[in-house]
Design a protein around this ligand. Structure first.
Ligand SMILES: NC(=O)c1ccc[n+]([C@@H]2O[C@H](COP(=O)([O-])OP(=O)(O)OC[C@H]3O[C@@H](n4cnc5c(N)ncnc54)[C@H](O)[C@@H]3O)[C@@H](O)[C@H]2O)c1
Length: 277
């Protein structure tokens, strides 16, 4: 089968783990060359090493303009250009208290990584793409940015802000042949969504099972989302199949935001039957 990204060069931020890593691996299988831009040096360097000459790792803190510029420059100098920018790196809040007790200690860092990072990535990539025939930019938001909920208010606000930025950037950059789309993952099996911090390796599997059961309760599709589910969507948004699509907010979440999967009507009629007999 033909490869979708033959001859294309991508920068993938947060490419050392989870969704980013799965996207690095898929893009390489599809013929792209990839700069893995992350701050997790050991994992990023080991991944690049395992993938051979089509991947290179660069320590890149996405909240730094100089670092993001260096990642784009590396794509151009090492691989000859930049066609795809996947602004995927993101962090969650450090703690999850009810909002009333939230000290908002992590506000600045979460906003820098989750909002400023993709804004820098979009702008710096676009400055190159504008003079080189356009390109595809994909920003990674979250259902926390589309679906209101308890706690994690800074994360929710950051992802909602990123969605609005992405749609606006699509409008602003379309004249240069640059498409900007937003990927909106739901609950995807990665270290972030399993809340693995502080868990031992023996505890991680059990933790994942318990956490999965909670996630599946409000999903229409009763399967755990995997990093590759998002990588496939990122591939679609980055390649020719989506050439007429920009400003889109694409959920990859097993139907969580489609509606409430609980059959309330059945419950109501059961209640009615219990009253009326
Ligand atoms: N996993 C989920 O369920 C889920 C759900 C919704 C949205 N997301 C979003 O998907 C994206 C990827 O998350 P994941 O689940 O794969 O998480 P992950 O923790 O597995 O991977 C995140 C990667 O980003 C890197 N990173 C963190 N801060 C960085 C920085 N300042 N500069 C560069 N790299 C940095 C980390 O080192 C890590 O390699 C994030 O934007 C996240 O908010 C994930």
């Amino acid at each position: 089968m033909a490869q979708e990204l033959t001859g294309k060069v991508a920068v993938i931020t947060g490419g050392a783990s989870g969704i980013g890593r799965a996207t690095v691996e898929l893009f390489l299988r599809e013929g792209a060359k990839v700069v893995i831009a992350d701050i997790s040096d050991d994992a990023g360097a080991a991944l690049a090493e395992s993938l051979g000459a089509a991947a290179v790792y660069l320590r890149t803190d996405v909240s730094s303009r100089e670092a993001v510029q260096a990642a784009v420059d590396l794509a151009v100098s090492h691989f000859g250009g930049l066609d795809i920018m996947f602004n995927n790196a993101g962090i969650s809040c450090g703690a999850y208290p009810d909002f009333i007790d939230d000290k908002l200690d992590d506000f600045d860092r979460v906003m820098q990584v989750n909002v400023l990072g993709p804004m820098l990535g979009t702008q710096i990539a676009a400055r190159h793409m504008k003079d080189h025939g356009g390109g595809a930019i994909v920003n990674c938001a979250s259902i926390a940015g589309t679906l209101a909920g308890h706690a994690m208010m800074t994360y929710r606000a950051s992802k909602a802000g990123l969605i609005q930025f992405s749609k606006s950037a699509a409008i602003d950059l379309g004249r240069y042949g640059i498409r900007v789309n937003c990927l909106v993952p739901g609950h995807i099996r990665t270290p972030m969504s399993s809340f693995q911090q502080g868990a031992s390796s023996e505890q991680i599997d059990r933790l994942e099972q318990e956490v999965s059961a909670v996630y599946l309760s409000n999903q229409i599709l009763k399967r755990r989302g995997e990093p590759d589910d998002c990588a496939q969507a990122a591939l679609f948004l980055s390649g020719q199949r989506s050439r007429h699509i920009t400003g889109m907010v694409m959920p990859v979440e097993g139907g969580v935001t489609a509606g409430d999967p609980v059959n309330h009507l059945a419950d109501i009629f059961a209640a009615r039957a219990s009253v009326l007999g």
